[in-house]
Write a protein that binds this ligand. Structure first.
Ligand SMILES: *[C@@H]1O[C@H](CO)[C@@H](O)[C@H](O)[C@H]1NC(C)=O
Ligand SMILES: *[C@@H]1O[C@H](CO)[C@@H](O)[C@H](O)[C@H]1NC(C)=O
Ligand SMILES: *[C@@H]1O[C@H](CO)[C@@H](O)[C@H](O)[C@H]1NC(C)=O
Ligand SMILES: *[C@@H]1O[C@H](CO)[C@@H](O)[C@H](O)[C@H]1NC(C)=O
Ligand SMILES: *[C@@H]1O[C@H](CO)[C@@H](O)[C@H](O)[C@H]1NC(C)=O
Ligand SMILES: *[C@@H]1O[C@H](CO)[C@@H](O)[C@H](O)[C@H]1NC(C)=O
Length: 439
């Protein structure tokens, strides 16, 4: 019997061949947008999936592979909803690249070169596997291949400045200084001088600008056509918001003061007398401890659709997938530090408009100065809340990843997170090449 990864590999390879040969005609204006996909041996991508159950210290990720990385459908009849694991963005992105309308087989006429390397999945053997003590080597094999073994002039032409790849983890996981041996955490991929010129799409960039740019975490919603997207937007817009604020997540149970703990404390004490501004509940917590929500969007999507504000406190790292789930639910995100989104998703969410679609409450004010989140949110007038929600809904299509093979009307009318990531990458590479040319 063929295993899931084998079937997936077969489908993938089929698309790889058929899409590339189909591309060249059927083109919109591709000037400045040509992308060449570098042909990598399967040990850099598809082979890595065959070991999906062999990381005992990590999850068995085989269940997340179907549907080109979107995961299993939430139920048999679902067209748009999947049990998506964010780490599968490397597959999702690869599949979407294969239907990108401006692919070229000729690297010399490409404006950018995509490396279909599954960086985060290959990193598992260093993060959780037998190579834990060799994490400074992560990437060297890839570099050797793209620079030396395989037609070296593709890299040499622009010294790698035109190459890009996706890493479906925070950049932090790849930023271990080369001298740390054994590593404290993570691999040194982004610290290798070999890759300084690369453009890297990640979920969370480091605080200062390196090679990486943050792109949205995938949610569980991947509509195949425009009518599914529009009916979802209508449903979310009509949803009755009976809760003022919601926190879906874990943590905050330790005694040390932190923002998650402050949120829990406030929510336990949320009963105020009076009209509560028309809300039935002031605060709701969806307990997502131990990853129980991760592949089960039903647990949190409904509560999010019933809340006006969704709290996005930092946890182990500042960014959260939940930020994008809340935008998808039309729930206005509340941030407690700029690193959570504002300084990250500069391509996808307009930096100068954060006040129009989100609320910012500095975490220090809450944790150490007794500022009550409830008071801040109760103080926002109802008509203002409605305006913000409208803006959230306008931005929503920009942060979702539509399903591969979507209808033509969808592809030509709405830019999704993938389209915007590609636009940003092309722009970034263009200005990089100009800078390098001037030097
Ligand atoms: C998969 O795991 C086997 C055994 O654990 C190992 O020999 C092999 O190199 C692994 N393959 C990849 C692509 O990591
Ligand atoms: C990694 O190095 C540490 C410390 O030197 C050692 O205890 C551990 O066994 C090594 N792990 C592996 C998988 O080699
Ligand atoms: C990165 O770019 C710089 C400047 O163009 C160049 O000197 C360097 O050799 C490049 N690095 C690699 C690994 O190609
Ligand atoms: C969208 O897709 C669904 C399921 O494939 C189909 O039933 C529906 O007719 C499509 N709608 C449009 C407008 O294409
Ligand atoms: C809830 O409010 C009461 C009275 O204001 C206070 O004594 C108590 O510490 C609060 N509990 C929490 C968990 O904040
Ligand atoms: C709310 O009202 C009830 C009865 O009117 C009163 O007993 C209670 O102390 C009030 N609680 C607060 C927090 O004001």
């Amino acid at each position: 019997m063929a295993s899931i990864p084998t079937i997936l590999t077969t489908i993938f390879l089929f698309f790889l061949r058929s899409t590339i040969s189909q591309q060249i005609h059927s083109n919109p204006d591709c000037t400045g947008r040509w992308i060449h996909i570098r042909r990598l041996p399967s040990r850099f991508n598809l082979d890595l999936l065959t070991n999906c159950s062999q990381y005992p210290l990590f999850d068995d990720f085989c269940p997340y592979l179907p549907n080109h990385g979107l995961g299993q459908k939430t139920h048999a009849k679902s067209h748009s909803w999947f049990r998506t694991d964010p780490m599968m963005l490397e597959l999702i992105f690869h599949r979407r690249m294969l239907e990108y309308p401006c692919l070229t087989p000729d690297p010399n006429s490409a404006n950018a070169v995509y490396l279909p390397y599954y960086t985060g999945i290959d990193a598992l053997r260093y993060l959780y596997g037998p190579d834990v003590n060799s994490s400074a080597e992560h990437g060297l094999e890839l570099f050797d291949f793209v620079k030396e073994q395989d037609s070296p002039n593709i890299w040499a032409r622009h010294k790698g400045h035109d190459h890009f790849l996706v890493m479906a983890r925070p950049a932090w996981d790849f930023s271990q200084p080369l001298i740390n041996d054994p590593p404290i955490w993570g691999t040194s991929f982004l610290e290798l001088p070999e890759f300084y010129n690369l453009t890297v799409l990640t979920f969370e960039a480091r605080a200062w600008p390196w090679q990486e740019q943050a792109v949205p975490y995938p949610t569980s919603f991947h509509p195949p056509n425009l009518s599914f997207l529009e009916s979802w937007i209508h449903r979310v817009a009509r949803s009755r918001r009976s809760t003022l604020m919601l926190f879906a997540g874990g943590g905050g149970v330790s005694a040390t003061p932190n923002i998650r703990r402050s949120i829990r404390d406030e929510c336990e004490n949320d009963t105020k007398n009076g009209t509560n501004g028309g809300y039935v509940k002031l605060c709701d917590v969806v307990d997502c401890s131990n990853g129980i929500c991760e592949h089960d969007p039903i647990r949190y999507m409904r509560p999010m659709m019933e809340a006006s504000f969704c709290l996005q406190p930092p946890g182990d790292t500042p960014t959260r997938r939940s930020t994008f789930d809340s935008i998808l639910a039309g729930c206005i995100p509340v941030f407690f530090e700029d690193l959570s989104a504002k300084t990250q998703y500069t391509w996808h969410l307009p930096e100068e408009e954060y006040g129009e679609f989100s609320v910012f409450i500095p975490k220090e004010e809450v944790v150490f100065k007794g500022l009550k989140i409830l008071d801040v949110l109760m103080g926002i007038p109802r008509d203002r809340v409605m305006k913000m929600r409208e803006r959230v809904l306008e931005l929503m299509p920009r942060v979702i990843y539509r399903r591969h093979g979507s209808s033509v009307d969808f592809r030509s009318n709405k830019k999704d997170a993938f389209d915007i990531a590609i636009e940003g990458t092309l722009q970034r590479i263009k200005s990089r090449l100009q800078e390098v040319a001037v030097l």
